[in-house]
Design a protein. Structure first.
Length: 372
């Protein structure tokens, strides 16, 4: 039986006004490209949405991960949308498209990508996370709570298929190398790494008993590719749920309360991760707070489950008053941090600020310093 691949590929191709939201005209353009790809048989199904100013392409197909045709489809979609954004003089048009020509895979070219290939089970729920105004390591805490903390995920204790635990593939973004650590055996070492969010980020999660992929996350660091600040990375994440994986409720439970992530205004501040419905997927307050979209999908026979009209059935998980507390606490945190102004710890560390525009400002002062 052929395996199914779920791919989510995103890019900032232009927004209105400023860094707030992808306009409907670009979403419609992407929708037409995806529809044509579905009708031609390139992909099996799709869903187009936005996370703030990022255009998100969710696709299912049977071509495997890192497939050149799938990645070219996403790249060409982004390029066409960016061209329209430039015509309209939208802000940040083509911001995440860091090279001119497609080279077989969007990794290293600017767009973020997360993919999972798997043999379908009797039922396959997945959670799609998409964030705006933050970096890939924003998901570190969430992945730890979901896959390694039994106080959040009771299945780690009471589900025989999960008591084996999960392994985390962790990327060292500074040196482009990775390591796999098993939880619970190496939990403390895992936390020593992923707690350092400026450098380390979770790339994939595997079930220990059979090495089955449980989660896949984008790890694109735009500043490392471009050599300068060109916007935050705005990561995406796919999480498999139920029947030997954490339940949907265990995946969302860590977001009952907000936690702080790096990014926000000019990619230079700490801010609360703010879970919102798609209708509120726009970053307004100090270009934020950093938004998190959570969508629930089902995969069946290689496709997103659809209604009788052929439209994918997607559940907007954070369109729920159960997350009102998290949103209220997030705004309280945001207000407190904004009182701190430009001073640390509201502003990122000096090392993190090296990849923003701050060094350009400080360079002008170098000649004015005097030895004491």
């Amino acid at each position: 039986m052929p395996k199914t691949t779920v791919s989510i590929i995103k890019a900032d191709v232009g927004s209105i006004p400023g860094h707030v939201k992808v306009p409907r005209i670009l979403l419609d353009m992407a929708e037409r490209k995806m529809l044509h790809a579905k009708e031609s048989g390139l992909i099996n199904s799709y869903y187009v949405f936005n996370a703030g100013d990022d255009l998100e392409l969710l696709m299912t197909h049977s071509r495997g991960e890192s497939n050149e045709d799938i990645h070219r489809l996403a790249w060409e979609t982004f390029m066409e949308c960016a061209a329209k954004a430039k015509e309209l003089k939208l802000y940040g048009a083509g911001q995440d498209l860091l090279v001119d020509a497609f080279s077989g895979n969007v990794k290293g070219m600017g767009p973020g990508v997360a993919e999972i290939e798997f043999q379908e089970r009797g039922s396959d729920p997945l959670i799609v996370f998409a964030a705006d105004k933050t970096e890939p390591s924003a998901f570190n805490y969430l992945m730890y709570r979901v896959f390694a903390d039994p106080c959040n995920t009771s299945g780690l204790v009471i589900d025989p298929r999960m008591t084996c635990g999960f392994s985390f593939e962790v990327l060292d973004a500074k040196h482009s190398r990775s390591v796999v650590l098993r939880a619970p055996e190496e939990l403390h070492s895992l936390l020593a790494l992923i707690g350092t969010t400026e450098r380390y980020m979770v790339k994939r999660v595997y079930r220990n008993s059979d090495n089955e992929v449980a989660a896949s996350l984008s790890t694109t660091k735009l500043a490392y590719i471009a050599g300068k600040y060109v916007g935050k990375d705005d990561p995406v994440c796919l999480v498999r749920a139920q029947s030997g994986f954490p339940s949907v409720g265990e995946v969302t439970s860590p977001l009952l309360h907000p936690y702080l992530v790096a990014g926000w205004m000019r990619g230079s501040h700490w801010g609360p991760f703010y879970p919102v419905a798609l209708r509120n997927s726009q970053c307004t307050l100090f270009d934020g707070p950093p938004r998190l979209i959570g969508l629930g999908i089902q995969v069946s026979n290689g496709k997103l489950v659809e209604d009788d009209e052929g439209k994918p059935i997607v559940v907007d998980l954070f369109d729920d008053p159960a997350f009102d507390l998290a949103r209220r606490e997030a705004l309280e945190l945001a207000a407190h941090l904004r009182r701190q102004g430009i001073f640390q710890p509201a502003r990122l560390s000096a090392e993190a600020m090296e990849y923003t525009t701050l060094p350009q400002c400080l360079k002008e002062l170098e000649s004015r310093f005097k030895e004491e």
